[in-house]
Design a protein around this ligand. Sequence first.
Ligand SMILES: C[S@@+](CC[C@H](N)C(=O)[O-])C[C@H]1O[C@@H](n2cnc3c(N)ncnc32)[C@H](O)[C@@H]1O
Length: 556
Amino acid sequence: MTSPTVRDLPELRKSRGAYFTPPAIAEFLAAWAIDHSPVATVLDPTCGEAVFLAAAGRQLVSAGTAPAVLDRQVFGVDLHQASLEAAMGTLEAEGLDARLEAGDFFSFPTPNQVGCTLPAMDAVIGNPPFVRYQQHIGEARKRSAAAALAQGVRLSGLASSWAALLVHACGFLKPEGRLAIVLPAELLTVHYAEPVRRWLRERFAAVHLVLFERLQFEEALEKVVLVTAQGSGGCEAFSLYQVESAQDLGKLRPFDHFNVTPAAEGKWTELLLPVRSRQLFKGVTSEHFSSLGDYGAPELGTVTGANDYFALSEETRLAFSLDRNQVARISPPGTKHLQGLSFTRHQWERLRESGEPVWMLQPPLDDATPELLSYLAHGERLGVPDGYKCQMRTPWWRPPLVSPPDLFFTYMSHRYPRLVTNSARASFVNSMHGVRLRPGTPDEASVALPLLALNSVTLLGAEIFGRSYGGGVLKMEPREAALLPVPRPDSLRAAWRQLKPERAGLDRQLQAGRWAAVSRRVDEVLLSEGLGLDASDVTSLRAAATSLRARRLGAG
Ligand SMILES: C[S@@+](CC[C@H](N)C(=O)[O-])C[C@H]1O[C@@H](n2cnc3c(N)ncnc32)[C@H](O)[C@@H]1O
């Protein structure tokens, strides 16, 4: 592969998603796609400097294709003219050839559309550009979304550029054609890729994934997955291969894979786990765990429509002489103040004294006191009643209060989602979820769950069931939070008996940020001593949670 031209600045390369593929990966994918056929037609829709096209040319020639006809079988498109010049240089230096087209690949109609200038392909290979939605904008985005929609895949505005490119490129494949492509590993995890995951299952007769243990694109800092797929008509299961690095691709053998049945809906994060950890997680959760939803359905907090106005500090309450019966006690918006295992009345009072918004406006419906009217006039001056949520409710000034739950659940997290006992019996706004324990759950559940949920199985479950958002944030909607595996009541009781005397100390450690040490202690008591898991199994579960967390945070 030749090096990028001198004038091709790093920022320009980044803006068009130009990260170049290690030759060992291109070789492997081209060989699989061409499958020894001397007559195969091959397309790289974003060919850059031709690492894939050269690999394809070599495969074809070794299968018996005459170099003179390569420009009728090998096709490359790229919008960067200088890359195409470098590409031609690469090919010619090896006595190879290809038909290269300069232009935006989305402006190339597929063979079943009017004006197509490229033939239907036996193979599509390559490494599409990875440009995140914030940069993938304007006309380019519109064209790409329309191209994907023409293939039946509706992408959201949050999709990165690779998603539409993949789908449009496959519009060039013959029904029995072969796809062999490098994609960001976020294909498996991010929410916006859900339509692509569904399409992969429904479009191809067989799909194989190759995952790497190590980062393969230093420059892009993005983990990748190789996707090879063939035929049409849909498939039930995928085959999954895991290798250390590109150097190990040559050692892959047929039948060396694991079959995985990816979820019809939601993410496929668990495919990122080594098979042993995945099986272990499934076994342990089905035998010893129930789900948070069995204890109580996670629910949304109050959506006020304007927290700055509806959540009041003590100072504001007094300044407007609002009475205690005109406000309700809440945990202030945000979750920064919830560092420990519980939110106590004492903590709430401290927050009140330090000026935090610990009240929510909640006057009686027939309230017409001058104090309230004065606060409402203040809101009107701020334009609060014009907000969407306020316009949707009558009266606009009374947000629907959610009564105090037994536990809070922090649903946007960097490290892991946390359960917090609501000892303050405060209500809450939608910066977290609430969990109200069902009748019949053990009495100790509301105090025991926050500590016991720090075990490695629950932490791993959060990575598996949560959604990874931009910046590495893990988000769990109530429906996903309900799936979180937590110890069954009998194991919960037994582990709590042992940990209760240590609770205060562990809480202090947690507040000091030493959560990993706390988690180890919980693993010891709950998983090792309580459930009798082998030390090696506990280590595998912890390592699996750590690796998914690191992968998620790395993606941010
Ligand atoms: C990740 S690089 C891959 C290049 C080459 N296939 C490789 O693997 O080394 C992506 C390439 O896509 C090109 N590109 C980006 N958007 C494109 C578009 N809409 N149409 C055609 N090429 C595009 C960039 O110029 C860049 O060369």
